[in-house]
Design a binder for this molecule. Structure first.
Ligand SMILES: *Cc1c(COP(=O)(O)O)cnc(C)c1O
Length: 487
């Protein structure tokens, strides 16, 4: 509703402008009280002032515009209240909030990547509100190491001699290169100058670390001889980067981990591998059979390995550097390490996640469970959800919604296995009176937003990425849609 679409005379406009209530009166109105308490009078005042400005602007342009049915004589104070409350409601509620991921993308970067396992969530909530042993040794009664809580777990699970945790994998690569290669040369294949998520680019990270990049080979083929020929007395590192989010098909060649490890050892260089996703155990899907675990990389010849905590590992956002103790200790002592360190909540979640692996309970990690979920299970869940939505549609007596079980393949996401599909089923929903885009927007506008996929005229609700009990949230959102909410 706006005044800029109404025929009004100059006299009307002047009268309306004069009737804008004073700020004090608006701030003391009943509707403002709740917001004064939640966000402070000053913020509320600013938002009311913005609303008044907008209405003034509209009024001064209102005289020649067309009518949208708004009564020109509606008390301006009421309009200010309606519009200010809408704005205040938006500003007073958090924008970082829980959503239901019905997209079928397991590691969805926009939706926060890996959802944590129950054990990890409990570890965080049990710790966050109080004091803890983050840097305290109970034995010594004094200072302890922040990294010690997870280091031995990482070592157990990967066979590494030492390990260090930082803010994310980009930070891990940066810190590792800053320590082992600053002022020296890093040899990397032309086929591995990867960009991840638009902001992590190997050439830029290398430059930022102070290392000089030496590119060898071609986009599709780099052989061990190319690396060998590029080594000079300034070379510090042979770098291998996992081509996480793309695939080169056709005629390709690359140097194996074993070859690179042997070459690096023979020349006294570091062979570093940026793995991206850190697999701690083999995934139970056929296309991932070739994907090496962190342990396999280290055993296969990698001297230093970096990987993410919140991709295939299924933990919190962080990056791990695993490798020989001498190098890891150097990194721990670097100024960057302090700037890139992780907090207590992150460490609590990581420790709990690693302990699930240690106990062989990785099936409780949502990312692993969702990836390994068979098509049969998705079919069973899709049928259950479809039945509930159909019943609701019938009960509402609306004939314009059609709900059915459909094939809906998931993907791993997060840049891992970009060309592989996870076959499965979901629920397709179409409405003869609204477009799929409109339905998807209405699902997003639900109290707990549901993020869906769209295929043609259908909204697709993938069940693979639903956490336990989230079918109920979808049912509630659909009930809203049937009542016209958001449409
Ligand atoms: C994802 C990825 C990164 C970046 O990791 P973040 O944890 O997002 O910082 C770096 N390298 C590779 C190969 C990756 O796949």
């Amino acid at each position: 509703m706006a005044y800029n679409t109404i025929y009004m005379t100059n006299t009307d406009v002047k009268a309306l402008l004069r009737s804008i209530p004073p700020m004090e009166e608006l701030l003391n109105a009943d509707w403002a009280a709740e917001f004064n308490a939640r966000m402070g009078r000053e913020q509320v005042k600013t938002i009311i002032a913005e609303t008044i400005d907008a209405i003034r602007h509209e009024l001064s342009h209102a005289v020649h515009d067309a009518d949208d049915g708004m009564h020109p004589k509606a008390p301006v104070g009421e309009l200010i209240a309606i519009r200010a409350v809408a704005l205040l409601k938006m500003k007073a509620s958090s924008t970082l909030k829980q959503v239901v991921n019905a997209t079928g993308v397991v590691i969805h970067t926009n939706l926060g990547r890996a959802p944590l396992a129950g054990e990890a969530v409990r570890a965080v909530s049990g710790l966050a509100g109080g004091y803890n042993t983050l840097e305290y040794s109970l034995e010594k009664g004094g200072r302890g190491g922040r990294n010690s809580h997870v280091e031995w777990l990482v070592c157990c699970l990967t066979g590494a001699e030492a390990a260090l945790v930082v803010n994310n994998n980009a930070a891990a690569v940066l810190l590792a290169l800053s320590v082992v290669a600053a002022g020296r040369e890093v040899v990397v294949s032309a086929g591995e100058l990867v960009e991840i998520g638009g902001s992590f680019r190997i050439p830029e990270i290398l430059a930022f670390s102070g290392a000089r990049m030496v590119i060898v080979g071609c986009t599709n083929a780099t052989r061990i001889g190319d690396y060998r020929d590029a080594i000079t007395e300034n070379t510090a590192v042979l770098l291998k980067v996992h081509p996480s989010n793309f695939r080169v098909e056709g005629f390709t060649a690359s140097a194996s981990r074993e070859e690179l490890g042997e070459l690096a050892r023979g020349r006294g260089l570091v062979f570093m591998e940026d793995l991206g996703s850190g697999l701690l155990c083999q995934l139970g899907v056929s296309f991932a059979r070739e994907e090496p675990t962190v342990r396999a990389c280290l055993e296969g010849g990698a001297g230093l390995v970096t990987f993410s905590g919140d991709k295939l590992l299924g933990g919190p956002q962080l990056g791990v550097i695993a490798g020989p103790r001498v190098l890891v200790e150097k990194m721990r002592g670097h100024q960057l390490c302090r700037a890139l360190r992780v907090d207590k909540m992150c460490l609590a979640a990581f420790e709990a996640t690693l302990r699930l692996y240690l106990a062989g309970r990785q099936g409780e990690i949502p990312v692993i469970r969702m990836i390994e979920m068979g098509a049969g299970e998705t079919l069973r869940r899709a049928r259950g959800l479809c039945r509930r939505l159909k019943e609701m549609g019938r009960a509402s007596k609306r004939g314009d919604f059609v709900v059915e079980v459909v094939e809906a393949d998931g993907v791993i996401g997060g840049g891992a296995f970009p060309t592989d599909l996870l076959p499965g089923f979901g629920v397709g929903l179409r409405c003869s009176s609204h477009s799929a885009e409109k339905l998807a927007a209405a699902f997003r506008a639900a109290d707990v937003p549901v993020i869906t996929a769209i295929r043609g005229e259908q909204v697709i609700l993938h069940v693979r990425t639903l956490l336990d009990g989230e079918e109920r949230v979808i049912v509630a959102a659909f009930a809203g849609l049937l009542g016209g909410k958001g449409l």
